[in-house]
Design a protein around this ligand. Structure first.
Ligand SMILES: [Zn+2]
Length: 229
């Protein structure tokens, strides 16, 4: 009965693919088969010293950095992240987290992650958006890796604009010191910072520094996408 109802609903309100906005076929969920095939996966989970990792060289020590996809303007990846951030289409963020989480769970470089820490939004932005897109992505990672998420370990104490809309360079200063860690909950473990897009690396660096202030802490990064220089 329920299946018939769902089929009927699908007939009148066909779901569309997050990547290309085409109607999904039966058996397809969130992203169509075509998009799954053409979305540019980085494969960086198993590549030591990859390009996204080198973004942090000389700034902060990262154990390993892995974005799921490459980010290009006007691409399916950009559309998905835009749908997630500005239209609240959470399934795409969850799916990206689950997909990358499965890769990380099997990658020796990401062994022994103790907790997932999403990049926090400033409370006023959280209020206007209603949710944190990095936390949605982190939820997917958490489910597929079997690792808890600590969404309140970091707090954003200063506001700054959307990083994906700004140019590279000259931005580090504006987010420096923008985050503080809850010292009462910080422990010497391996934390995986979850973010939507790695662009300049400034925001993630600003998140990692307060965590690394405690001796014995190690930090790695997972992102939905990486915008190449
Ligand atoms: Zn598609």
């Amino acid at each position: 009965m329920l299946t018939h109802l769902l089929d009927l609903l699908h007939l009148f309100f066909p779901e569309v693919c997050s990547g290309c906005r085409q109607g999904l076929l039966q058996g397809e969920h969130i992203i169509c088969t075509q998009c799954h095939l053409v979305l540019p996966r980085t494969g960086y989970h198993s590549l030591d010293g990859n390009e996204a990792e080198r973004t942090f060289y000389g700034r902060v020590k990262m154990e390993a950095v892995a974005p799921l996809w490459f980010f290009n303007k006007s691409s399916r990846v950009q559309r998905m992240i835009h749908e997630l951030k500005y239209h609240g289409h959470k399934p795409a963020g969850l799916l990206a987290g689950r997909m990358l989480g499965m890769e990380l769970a099997a990658a020796p470089r990401f062994k022994g992650i103790d907790a997932i820490v999403p990049v926090p939004l400033h409370p006023s932005k959280l209020l206007s958006r209603g949710f944190n897109q990095s936390e949605v992505f982190g939820q997917g990672l958490s489910e597929s890796m079997g690792v808890p998420m600590m969404p309140d370990l970091l707090k954003r104490v200063s506001r700054s604009g959307s990083q994906t809309r700004k140019r590279r360079g000259g931005r580090s200063k504006s987010v420096e010191g923008a985050f503080v860690a809850d010292d009462s909950r910080l422990f010497p473990g391996h934390f995986l910072i979850a973010d939507d897009v790695i662009t300049t690396g400034a925001t993630i660096t600003a998140c990692a520094l307060p965590l690394l202030s405690l001796q014995g802490v190690r930090v790695s990064v997972a992102a939905m996408a990486y915008a190449r220089r």
